[in-house]
Write a protein that binds this ligand. Structure first.
Ligand SMILES: [Cu+2]
Length: 121
């Protein structure tokens, strides 16, 4: 009985810690999220950011990328909200998004250079 009680107490503590962590990331101003562009790919897993959080596109290729960010509507149709960010070799560009929802980051120069972005409150 004692063991069972200890385990459930630990479980509750775990939930509280998780809640606190989430709150601190929502209210403390979130750190920028870096997306490295290398070998004509975004070198990152799909990302989740908050409204207004800075996304840094860092071009580490010896050639130009041109990123476009498209919002994806409920029918899966994409429409550009950030039209085309020119990123020459070695340049870092900062963008942020002001509406929640799913987005696609796509390079207009390189087919298949794509990343999903989820924007949350
Ligand atoms: Cu590219």
């Amino acid at each position: 009985m004692f063991l069972k009680k200890t385990i459930s107490s630990m479980f509750v503590l775990g939930i509280l810690a998780l809640g606190f962590f989430n709150m601190s990331s929502a209210f403390g101003m979130a750190e920028p999220v870096d997306i490295i562009e290398k070998d004509a790919k975004y070198q990152s897993e799909d990302i989740t950011v908050h409204i207004g959080q800075t996304i840094r596109l860092i071009n580490k290729d010896p050639f130009l990328h041109q990123s476009q960010i498209r919002k994806v509507n409920e029918h899966g149709i994409e429409y550009p909200v950030v039209v085309g960010v020119i990123e020459p070799e070695g340049v870092t560009v900062e963008v942020s998004l002001e509406e929640v929802g799913p987005y696609k980051l796509r390079c207009r120069v390189h087919d298949g250079m794509v990343l999903n972005i989820q924007v949350v409150q």
